[in-house]
Design a protein around this ligand. Sequence first.
Ligand SMILES: [Zn+2]
Length: 89
Amino acid sequence: MGFFTRLFVPRTVRRAVHPVRTVKRAVTPKPVKNLQRSLHPVSNFEYSVERSIATSLRSGGKRKATVYTHGNCTGRHRTPAAAARCRNR
Ligand SMILES: [Zn+2]
């Protein structure tokens, strides 16, 4: 749960620094907040990193890569060379 704590810590710090913005945050509806967050370049980058970590954890660390298939072969090859070398033709 390392990156969950990382999500919450900056928010708490910001609240302590800007009490006025906290009120603004509370009033802002959730979809708007999500939109603002996605437009923010830094948090957008942070989110993309966290999302990719979460995704790789969910899929057992395997990345979804491009695969090469050929003919009647049911195997999925990682390179076109591997597909060409394949015995299942
Ligand atoms: Zn093959």
